[in-house]
Design a protein around this ligand. Structure first.
Ligand code: MRU
Length: 367
């Protein structure tokens, strides 16, 4: 997508062909700054501190992290150590583990002198595949938005989204936002309700930034406003992303997603989840088994923003010493999900529908 007229991906290979460039998402929306990853530790730190975040981008960064590690030492041990280090950064997004498995498969059987090149090639491929999958998610999701636009006689289609599942969360396009970008580009009148997404405010800082840069009309709302808007029929559909979806269709996504799905169900509003195949955890049949990240309590007791003089400041919002809990994700049960928007098409949130889309995962026919 473009920023200031210049096309960007969220991650790309540096001009030296070794280092990796990212957009430092901890600085957005106030400062657009790129950062250079030169080592395995740089990549692991970028994921852990959320300079890069969003399930697909975490996977892509981890893939490049393996390549950076092998550039120093291309032994089996170094490969395993790199994968262990990267796997430990964030627990919920399955794309991380998927990307590391892909890197293992592409590298381990190569002779040592070919491993670095193989790693960079697979990392680049993971990025390109992500872009193509998200483009297709956009195409399939476009049909859903188009149908709403027709039903409403061409008046505004209001879509609610939670967190940031746009191009900044992926390599390009995004998952939940891809259909919205496509619809907007097709001339469909769309308006996005952007949940602020406490505690880290990915909606306020990233989704609002992305949509604004692309010229998509949007309105920032407090996290708790969604239910009210749905009761007032001001939301036509919800589209969110996911960090891990079980083989049975339970969806882990940013904390607060479940409450939106409950409100949507109570108000008969379609609730769609957009995802590429790498976000499906075929080994899990129940969302309660998904590991839920718990982050630093300070993310809840503090807020960071820009002061009128332009400087960035972090302020306390709770009495000193207040204990806070910071669960990063929640699980929306499949029964609350209207459908999945994938690169292979739209499907109900059931095991049968998922294996129909991905027959290679039918039991006995592959991993
Ligand atoms: O903690 P984050 O910012 O990495 O959480 C991101 C989300 O919850 C996204 O909705 C999810 O990764 C889907 S991204 C296409």
């Amino acid at each position: 997508m473009k920023i200031g007229g210049k096309p960007y991906r969220s991650i790309w290979l540096g001009e030296d062909g070794k280092s990796v460039e990212i957009i430092d998402q901890t600085k957005l929306p106030h400062v657009f700054e790129t950062a250079t990853l030169r080592t395995l530790d740089d990549a692991a730190r970028a994921i852990a501190t959320m300079q890069v975040r969003g399930a697909p981008l975490i996977g892509a960064t981890a893939a490049y992290g393996v390549a950076l590690a092998l550039g120093v030492e291309a032994t089996d041990d170094a490969l395993d150590r790199a994968c262990d280090t990267l796997a430990a950064t964030r627990p919920t997004a399955i794309n991380l583990r998927w990307a590391l498995d892909e890197m293992q498969k592409s590298v381990r059987n190569q002779p040592r002198d070919k491993r670095v090149a193989a790693a960079y090639a697979r990392a680049a491929q993971i990025c390109d595949e992500d872009v193509e999958n998200n483009r297709k998610i956009g195409e399939h999701g476009l049909g859903i938005i188009q149908a709403h636009a027709e039903k409403k006689g061409g008046t505004t289609v209001n879509i609610l989204t939670h967190c940031n599942a746009g191009w900044l969360a992926c390599v390009d396009w995004g998952t939940a936002l891809a259909p919205i970008y496509r619809a907007h580009d097709e001339g469909i009148d769309v308006q996005v309700w952007v949940d602020e997404t406490r505690p880290r405010n990915q909606g306020a800082s990233l989704t609002a930034f992305e949509l604004g840069a692309h010229g998509v009309p949007h309105t920032l709302i407090a996290d708790n406003a969604g239910g009210h808007l749905m009761q007032k029929r001001l939301v036509d559909l919800c589209i969110v992303g996911t960090d891990r979806t079980t083989a049975t269709g339970d969806v882990a996504n940013k904390i607060g997603t479940y409450l939106k799905a409950l409100a949507a169900r109570d108000n008969q509003i379609p609730f769609f989840v957009a995802l590429p195949y790498a976000t499906i955890d075929w080994s899990l049949g129940d969302g309660s088994a998904i590991p839920i990240e718990e982050r630093d309590a300070e993310e809840v007791t503090r807020m960071t923003g820009r002061l009128p003089d332009g400087s960035i400041a972090t302020v306390e919002i709770a009495p000193p010493g207040t204990s806070a809990a910071n669960y990063g994700f929640d699980v929306t049960p499949a029964r609350l999900v209207t459908g999945f928007i994938t690169e292979r098409g739209v499907a109900p949130a059931t095991r049968d529908a998922l294996v129909t889309l991905y027959p290679e995962h039918r039991k006995g026919q592959g991993p």
